[in-house]
Design a protein around this ligand. Structure first.
Ligand code: GRF
Length: 215
C-alpha cells in the first residue's frame, strides 16, 4: 500500500459520507486521497461534490453501459485502472458483482444505517424505518467489509444511537448520520495506518504501535 491511502468512492446520491471523508482529509485527520468517485446516478450530489474539488467524477449509467452487469464491470475496471487501495461504498444503491469483490478482496467497505445483522438490505430510509417499526430501543450504523453476501461481510466498526419515542425515519436517520460521519473517516484512518486485520468473520484493529496487513 502506498503512503497515502488511495480511495475510490462509489456513491449514488447525496454524498454526505463522501463529504465527511473529504473534510477529514482536509482537517489532517485522514491520511488518504480520493482519486475517483464513480456513480450510477447522473448529476447526483456526490458527483458534484467530487467535481467541485477537482476529483475525477465518473457516471456510468446502466443504459450507456448496455445493462447492469456491464455497468458494474465498467466501474470495477475504472477502480482497478485508478489503482485505488480501498473502495468505499458511500450510499451506493447497487449490489457489487463478484468480479469487484475478487478484484478488491477485503478492500471494499460499506456503511449501512443499522446495527447489522439487524435490518440488512434496502437503502436509506427503509432500514431506519424497519428499526422503528420493529420497536428496537437502539440502532446505529455499521461499517463492514463487502463480500458477495449482501450486508453480511465482516464488521469493522459500529456506533449505536437510541431510538426515541417520537422518532420518524428522518429524525432517526439524522441521529445515525452524525455517527456515520464520525465513524467512516476513523475506520479509513485505521486502514491508512495498516492496523486492520480480517480473520474469517472477525476484524481486529491493532494498537497504533503494531502495524499489520489486511489479511
Ligand atoms: C447513509 O445513510 C448510509 O448509511 C447508506 O446510505 C446513506 C448515504 O448517505 N448506505 P450519503 O449519500 O452519504 O449522504
Amino acid at each position: 500500500m502506498s503512503d497515502v491511502l488511495k480511495l475510490g468512492v462509489l456513491a449514488s446520491g447525496r454524498g454526505s459520507n463522501l463529504q465527511s471523508i473529504l473534510d477529514a482529509i482536509d482537517a489532517g485527520n485522514l491520511d488518504a486521497r480520493v482519486d475517483v468517485v464513480v456513480s450510477n446516478t447522473p448529476r447526483c450530489r456526490a458527483l458534484e461534490r467530487a467535481a467541485g474539488r477537482g476529483i475525477r467524477a465518473e457516471c456510468i449509467s446502466r443504459k450507456a453501459a448496455g445493462g447492469r452487469r456491464p455497468q458494474l464491470l465498467r466501474m470495477t475496471e475504472i477502480l482497478q485502472a485508478a489503482g485505488v487501495d480501498l473502495v468505499v461504498l458511500a450510499g451506493f444503491n447497487l449490489i457489487t458483482p463478484p468480479e469487484m469483490t475478487a478484484a478488491f478482496p477485503n478492500r471494499i467497505l460499506n456503511i449501512h444505517p443499522t446495527l447489522l445483522p439487524a435490518f440488512a438490505g434496502g437503502m436509506a430510509p427503509a432500514p431506519q424505518q424497519d428499526a422503528i417499526d420493529w420497536g428496537v430501543k437502539f440502532t446505529g450504523c455499521t461499517i463492514h467489509v463487502v463480500t458477495d453476501e449482501l450486508d453480511a461481510g465482516p464488521i469493522v466498526a459500529q456506533a449505536a444511537v437510541p431510538v426515541r419515542d417520537g422518532d420518524d425515519a428522518d429524525t432517526l436517520s439524522d441521529r445515525i448520520l452524525v455517527e456515520e460521519h464520525r465513524l467512516y473517516p476513523q475506520v479509513l484512518q485505521w486502514f491508512a495506518e495498516g492496523r486492520v486485520r480480517v480473520e474469517g468473520r472477525r476484524v481486529f484493529v491493532a494498537d497504533n504501535s503494531e502495524p499489520s496487513e489486511v489479511g
